[in-house]
Design a binder for this molecule. Sequence first.
Ligand code: 1GP
Length: 253
Amino acid sequence: MKLELGKVESYIHKKLEKEKLHFVLLDPDDTDPRTAGRIAEMSEKVGVDAIMVGGSTGAEGEVLDGVVRAIKESSGLPVILFPGSHGGISKYADAIFFMSLLNSTNPFFITGAQALGAFQVKRYGIEPIPMAYLIIEPGETVGWVGDAKPIPRHKPKIAAAYALAGQYLGMRLVYLEAGSGAPQPVPREMIALVKHVIDVPLIVGGGIRTAGQARAAAEAGADIIVTGTAVEKAGSLEKAREKLEELNGGIKG
Ligand code: 1GP
């Protein structure tokens, strides 16, 4: 079987030839469909590259569908699911990060939820993008829910070993996750070492709130920067737009 990259993955690779990418994460448990639609619309105008939708708690069923549909109606950006488990699948999305939490201590988050969701992804025709997902200290909610053994912040080599193992297992993206709302982003030294070791694109997220932090992650080697809380909890749509511009400027400027 010849491997052909799907539409969204090809879009990502094509864009990466020219620049670093910025994905905005919206959690349906925190953001209602109307607000999600407005943020997606503003994101597209500002130059964000894709919208990710998901969360560790409550991002399922009608709540999830409502947010995905609202985003699709208000912007032309690809919508990529970022599921906490097999419950995080919506037929309205374009693609799904088909991810394995490699440093979980619970097989459910490594292969179990994936098996439970696989037929649904196929039935709905959602593009699966295989991804190694690694939780770095502190890990926040996703680290706790995902039974992770978070990688210590001062141990970049452990992150690099897991990342390379993920690539050798066939995963086509690696995601270093400090956890949504983390007090500090993934350390630069860790991003740099992981980037040096792997050949697949590197995604970094968790705790990135300022243009400076976003730029630092990109300069350290992240190919794709994910921001969520800073935009979602900006306080108003006007402030969300300013934050989007600031973060995007840090990554692309
Ligand atoms: C969380 O990496 C993402 O899964 C984004 O984190 O909400 O801290 O931006 P923030």
